[in-house]
Design a protein. Structure first.
Length: 40
């Protein structure tokens, strides 16, 4: 999800993920987004 800039949707799609709050999850992301927009 982070590769597509959708990391903010992670908690909504996986509510009991055990990875902490949004700030902690952001610290776990190792890659920058590779896609801006939608691939058709």
């Amino acid at each position: 999800m982070a590769l597509h800039g959708e990391q903010a949707q992670f908690a909504a799609r996986f509510p009991r993920n055990g990875l902490g709050n949004a700030a902690l999850q952001d610290s776990l992301i190792a890659f920058n987004p590779i896609v801006s927009g939608r691939i058709a």
